[in-house]
Design a binder for this molecule. Structure first.
Ligand SMILES: [Zn+2]
Length: 246
C-alpha cells in the first residue's frame, strides 16, 4: 500500500504525461498483482530494510546492463562496465549468432483505447520475426513478464499499419559455477546466493560466466486479459486519486 502526499505525487509515481494527458504506467499497473515469491524472499532476510537495499542495488545493476545492451543495439559506441562484462559478452555471442535488428529502443507506447502507457525495451526483428523484445536481468523468466509485455503489444496494435507482432524475453545474467559440483553462485545486489547445492562440497568457484536465455511468449490473448484485469484492480485500488485526475 502506498500513500501519496497529493495528486501530483500520485501522478509522478504512477504514470506519464503525454500530449497534456496523464496515463498510468504499465509497470505501476502490473505492480498490483501479488507476488508470493516476494514474501518468501523478504521472510528469508534479517529485516525489511535489508531487502529494500538489495532490491535497489540489484535494480541499479539491471539498469547498467540494460543501458549497455541497448547502446550496443543502437550501434552506439559503448564502454562496457567491468561489473556486467560476463553478461554483456554472453549477449554479444547471442547477437553474433542471431539475426537481430533493433528498430526502436526504449520507446514510449500509448494505448488510447485502454488508457495506459509504457516504455518497451526494444522493437526488434529477430530471425525474420518482428516483435517486442524485453530484456530481463533476473535469475529466471517469470510468468509475470507475460502480463507486462502483452500491454506493449496491445498498445502497438492500435497503429493500423503495424504488422503482427510476437514477444520475447531475453534474460541476461551472470554467475560462477562450482568446479566440483553443479552449484552456482550469483552475486546480485551485493548479496551472494548459492543455488543447486547437493550434498556437501567445499565449493571451488570458477570465473564469472554470462548467461543468455531467450523465450518467445505465445499466449497473448490470455496475457492481455490478465493485464486488463490488473488495470481494473489497480484503478479500483487508486480510485481516490484517479477521481481527482479525470
Ligand atoms: Zn561445489
Amino acid at each position: 500500500m502506498q500513500w501519496y502526499k497529493d495528486k501530483q505525487s500520485f501522478m509522478d509515481a504512477n504514470g506519464y504525461v503525454i500530449d497534456d494527458l496523464w496515463y498510468p504506467r504499465v509497470t505501476a499497473i502490473v505492480g498490483i498483482k501479488a507476488k508470493p515469491a516476494l514474501y518468501m524472499y523478504y521472510a528469508a532476510l534479517p529485516d525489511f530494510k535489508t531487502g529494500e537495499a538489495i532490491k535497489a542495488k540489484s535494480a541499479e545493476e539491471g539498469t547498467l546492463l540494460h543501458e549497455t545492451v541497448e547502446a550496443i543495439l543502437r550501434k552506439e559506441p559503448v564502454v562496457i562496465p567491468d561489473s556486467v562484462k560476463p553478461a554483456v559478452s554472453a549477449f554479444m555471442d547471442f547477437y553474433g549468432q542471431n539475426e537481430l535488428v533493433a528498430h526502436k529502443v526504449e520507446e514510449r507506447v500509448v494505448s488510447k483505447k485502454h488508457h495506459y502507457a509504457g516504455t518497451m525495451d526494444v522493437l526488434a526483428e529477430l530471425n525474420g520475426k518482428l516483435g517486442v523484445l524485453d530484456i530481463k536481468t533476473s535469475m529466471a523468466i517469470y510468468r509475470d513478464y507475460n502480463v507486462q509485455t502483452s500491454a506493449y503489444i496491445e498498445a502497438l496494435k492500435e497503429d493500423p499499419s503495424m504488422p503482427p507482432l510476437t514477444r520475447w524475453i531475453l534474460r541476461l545474467d551472470q554467475s560462477k559455477h562450482c568446479l566440483k559440483c553443479p552449484a552456482t553462485l550469483r552475486d546480485k545486489g551485493g548479496r551472494e546466493k548459492i543455488r543447486g547445492e547437493k550434498g556437501q562440497c567445499q565449493h571451488e568457484w570458477g570465473p564469472m560466466q554470462g548467461e543468455v536465455e531467450l523465450k518467445e511468449l505465445t499466449t497473448f490473448e490470455n496475457d492481455i486479459k490478465a493485464f486488463l484485469a490488473c488495470k481494473e484492480l489497480w484503478s479500483w485500488e487508486n480510485e481516490f486519486w484517479l477521481s481527482k485526475i479525470i
